[in-house]
Design a protein around this ligand. Structure first.
Ligand SMILES: NC(=O)c1ccc[n+]([C@@H]2O[C@H](COP(=O)([O-])OP(=O)(O)OC[C@H]3O[C@@H](n4cnc5c(N)ncnc54)[C@H](OP(=O)(O)O)[C@@H]3O)[C@@H](O)[C@H]2O)c1
Length: 297
């Protein structure tokens, strides 16, 4: 264990999923998690009881007074307000764990001489703490000023995570990328299961049937990678099938067709990179996807 683990006294403001997972994981590898506060004392007590040596305190100020590294793990919208509500010391370290916000939401701490940073685990942290080592193998992106930068990188590496430094100007693109692979995959799954309900199946039947397909796609992405892992009608240049899909979707809801078209147009780029369709086929599919007709079938 790095000597630094002995010098750090870590605290949390906001006793939720991330505080529990991060606090208990850091504790398990030898770091001192000294205190935690939350909006409700009950939440602080609950998380503290699951982290050895951690004390639940009533106010955020008590955490800041007690610790030299404080993670603000409230919902994103509360981070700035919480940071402004407490008194920071020069040299103290403050970090939040949001992927959407840069470290500028902690400006009230820097103006009092504290070092500020962002420590974002690029993962879904589950309500019950989830996996035994939830940060092992994931990427934690860090935006911070030295020497907090090195301290946060050290913490991330001790947790078995990879680290990436993120510049403030890339924050929105970075977070949008996470929304695409996480939230919007859920939106696509919802669209797909909805089509099964249109066919008269139960939602559970749809999920059971489609999940292996989704898992197979993720496996192929992981093992084969883009663009080679692309399959399907766009990849094959199958314009007849694409027209049939559009015809059926438009009978249900124009928004389904709009989504299909937008994703199809991007998929053409992948198929071209894969080399599975010719420039002429790409042009034909582009024209079908950009043309709004109602007589495909
Ligand atoms: N969950 C994830 O998968 C994940 C992954 C990466 C990053 N993050 C980020 O990590 C941060 C925390 O997320 P989370 O999922 O742990 O959230 P969460 O489970 O909803 O927990 C947030 C906690 O903050 C407390 N809180 C709310 N307002 C507060 C305030 N004004 N002062 C003090 N405490 C307050 C809540 O309090 P009470 O219970 O006391 O009412 C709640 O327990 C967010 O910035 C989020 O974007 C989350």
């Amino acid at each position: 264990m790095a000597n630094e683990s002995n010098e750090l006294k870590i605290g949390f403001i906001g006793a939720g999923k991330v505080a529990l997972a991060l606090g208990s994981s850091l504790r398990n590898i030898g770091y001192t998690i000294s205190s935690i506060s939350s909006r409700s004392y009950q939440s602080a007590l609950s998380v503290a009881s699951q982290i050895s040596g951690c004390t639940a305190v009533k106010t955020a100020d008590e955490v800041v007074h007690d610790c030299n590294l404080v993670f603000i793990t409230t919902p994103d919208a509360a981070i700035g307000r919480v940071c402004e509500s407490v008194s920071w010391r020069p040299g103290q370290m403050a970090a939040h764990t949001s992927g959407a916000d840069s470290r500028s939401v902690l400006d009230s701490a820097s103006s009092q001489g504290a070092l500020t940073g962002v420590f974002h685990p690029l993962a879904t942290v589950s309500p019950n703490g989830g996996a035994l080592e939830p940060f092992c193998g994931i990427t934690i992106t860090i935006e911070a000023e030295p020497p907090l930068l090195e301290t946060l990188e050290g913490l991330a590496r001790s947790l078995g995570a990879d680290t990436l430094r993120l510049h403030e100007e890339n924050r929105s693109l970075y977070h949008a990328s996470a929304v695409f692979v996480s939230n919007y995959v859920m939106a696509l799954a919802d669209i797909a299961t909805g089509l099964w309900q249109e066919m008269g199946f139960e939602k559970q039947q749809a999920e059971k049937a489609l999940l292996p397909l989704l898992k197979g796609s993720v496996h192929n992405l992981d093992t084969v990678g883009l663009p080679a892992c692309l399959t399907g009608p766009v990849s094959r240049g199958d314009t007849g099938t694409i027209k049939k899909h559009l015809g059926s979707l438009e009978k249900l809801d124009d928004s389904l067709s709009i989504t299909y078209r937008a994703l199809g147009l991007h998929t053409i780029n992948i198929a071209r990179r894969k080399g599975s369709i010719t420039p002429k086929q790409a042009e034909d599919i582009t024209s079908i996807l950009n043309t709004w007709e109602r007589s495909y079938d």
